[in-house]
Design a protein around this ligand. Structure first.
Ligand code: AMP
Ligand code: ZN
Length: 139
């Protein structure tokens, strides 16, 4: 896609710090890292979000994520690695080309946002009804 920043990275028009590449995916360092080693994985075909990406592309991204997570474990020895993937402006997706974030947390390092929410029991009736509503729409 013409004015997509990640498509420009794939085409080599904008530089990146490449971590991994295969025929379907590209992985590179996030330049506004939440933590040291924050890395993105994207499909090479332009797809905006989870609704546009194919099941094969998701499989390729997650296969790559396993390789990269192993590499991060060896190279950085993190305490854990968070995976994050945003879909839509309502959840602050900023770059509209599907991407999976791999965010390692250093041992003793600061908490990764979104990984330490408070566990407050919800309304079981609402939880059940909502789960049923989603379940009924599964195709
Ligand atoms: P989001 O769409 O909110 O999931 O996040 C987009 C991510 O892309 C942010 O973490 C940005 O720091 C990152 N980003 C934007 N432009 C670049 C770039 N040219 N190279 C690497 N990362 C980028
Ligand atoms: Zn794109």
């Amino acid at each position: 896609m013409e004015d997509c920043i990640f498509c420009k990275i794939i085409k080599g028009k904008i530089p990146c710090f490449k971590v991994y590449e295969d025929d379907r995916v590209l992985s590179f360092a996030d330049i506004n890292p939440i933590s040291q080693g924050h890395t993105l994985i994207i499909p090479k075909r332009h797809a905006e979000n989870i609704w546009e990406v194919t099941a094969e592309e998701i499989a390729a991204i997650h296969t790559a994520s396993k390789k990269i997570a192993h590499a991060m474990k060896e190279a950085l020895k993190p305490d854990g690695i968070a995976f994050l993937q945003l879909n839509g402006r309502g959840v602050n997706q900023l770059v509209m080309h599907y991407h999976l974030h791999l965010i390692p947390r250093a041992a003793g390092g600061p908490e990764i946002p979104m990984t330490n929410w408070e566990l407050k029991p919800g309304d079981m009736k609402v939880i059940q009804e909502t789960a049923q509503k989603i379940s009924a729409a599964v195709k």
